[in-house]
Design a protein around this ligand. Sequence first.
Ligand SMILES: [Zn+2]
Length: 201
Amino acid sequence: MAIALGDVPDYVKASADSLASQFDITDAGGRATSGHIPDSDHYTGHAVDFMVYSDRAKGNALASYLLFTPNRWQQNSVKYIIWYGRYYDKPAPVPATDTDLSHYGDVYVGPSPHRDHVHVSYQSSQDPSQVTTSIAGDVAGVADTVGSIIGVFTFLADSKNWMRIAWFTLGAALLTVGLFRIDAVKQGVSTVAKGVTNAGN
Ligand SMILES: [Zn+2]
């Protein structure tokens, strides 16, 4: 079941949908116009509350996934996480051998202890390391084009290919001459036919 997030950026929706399906979250809150602290990222669509209710293990699993799995934090463009009274503003050092959540982050002093939902705030734009992936794709595309241009030059640099081009050109020329001759013969026939017709008048 897809979670309803309201008007949020595509990378936020992609991340939240993926996390929700992975951790069996069926209820979540995204963009909001009220009900959060002032300057909350929910007001700009850059925060998602993943509801786990009384399932603390599920909340731990979701928070741990983002905090302890290499690159997950960046891949999801996370800014910070609030879960079970703690505030995490960066991922754990990699590789994390100690995965006790209480050993990371700081005590969260906001009004809600966040014990029934994991709050994930997202960067205001997609993490640069993820945007680079698409730029790398563009560079690969340019490389392909350059590669095909180089391919043409490589083709032309081979003398055997020049012979092929010469034969091709000669063939095309002969074909053209051939067509011209056929046309000329047709005209000749037509002239003779006209002559015969005239003779009949
Ligand atoms: Zn929230």
